[in-house]
Design a protein around this ligand. Structure first.
Ligand code: NDP
Length: 244
């Protein structure tokens, strides 16, 4: 285990498009980054190597955030090396269907990753974070929770619930030097959005006529994770090219 005085940041879904950009940004900002993956451990390990090659500190870990026991065991191991003061709940999936045709399994799967995953990951980290009197909890949600989106009743419900959780948890932790915020991206150019939005749809839906980049989201997350954002808590900040 690396010994360091750098603050440690866990980014769930660090193997994915937005998560990887967040990991790179936080490492560049001088944090020790824990790059989390589910099935994509090889991608997380490759990212760790890339961060280290640039002089940053990173390690990779894999667990399924829907598996409460596996998540608890992985976090327990991580916490042996000290508190994790920044957690970015970024792991997420969508499984779209118009509501009359939506299967219970689709509903449950999406809520399980975004909402139950938030609980499984964040709850065990809060007490060690509170003891340090400094922390950042950043939940990656979606513009779909703010404006709604056809075919995404499950996804927008999961992300909207995270907005509510963000506000309540921010109240609980405000006096402990811990901020809790949500970042709600619009259409960001990753594998997830490329499957759903072609260039025509992006031009129609986004006033800026382009998808955002993962790096633009990561920049905002990096700011919220920094000391400069110490007085921002309980907020949902959307980054969407003017969509809403
Ligand atoms: P990707 O599909 O590229 O990445 C999703 C990440 O979530 C992967 O790292 C994946 O891990 C992880 N993940 C999925 N299921 C689980 C699970 N059961 N346990 C643990 N990890 C899991 O998506 P994006 O980078 O585009 O999205 C990142 C976040 O941003 C998501 O929460 C998404 O909802 C949100 N978002 C994205 C937008 C976009 O336009 N791209 C717009 C608005 C919000 P692995 O690959 O290792 O299995």
């Amino acid at each position: 285990m690396t010994t360091t005085t750098r603050k440690r940041a866990l980014v769930t879904g660090g193997s994915g498009g937005i998560g990887a950009a967040i990991c790179r940004q936080l490492a560049q900002d001088g944090l020790q980054v824990i790059v989390h993956a589910n099935r994509g451990l090889a991608a997380a390990q490759a990212l760790v190597e890339a961060i280290r090659a640039q002089g940053g500190q990173a390690e990779a870990i894999a667990f399924d955030v829907t598996d409460a026991a596996a998540t608890a065991a992985a976090l327990e191991t991580l916490l042996l090396a000290g508190p994790i003061q920044i957690v970015v709940n970024n792991a997420g999936i969508h499984d779209d269907a118009v509501f009359p045709g939506m299967q219970l399994a689709q509903w449950q799967r999406v809520l399980d990753v975004s909402l139950n995953g938030f609980f499984h990951v964040t709850q065990p980290l809060t007490l060690p974070m509170i003891r340090t009197r400094w922390g950042r909890i950043i939940n990656i949600t979606s513009v779909a929770a703010l404006a709604g989106n056809r075919g995404q009743v499950n996804y927008s419900a999961a992300k909207g619930a995270l907005h509510a959780a963000t506000k309540s948890l921010a109240l609980e932790l405000a006096s402990r030097g811990i901020t809790v915020n949500a970042v709600a991206p619009g259409i960001i150019a990753t594998a997830m959005s490329e499957a759903s939005f072609d260039a025509e749809a992006i031009a129609r839906l986004v006033p800026m006529k382009r998808a955002g980049t993962p790096e633009e989201v990561a920049d905002l997350v990096g700011f919220l994770a920094s000391d400069r954002a110490a007085y921002i808590s309980g907020q949902v900040i959307s980054i969407n090219g003017g969509m809403i």
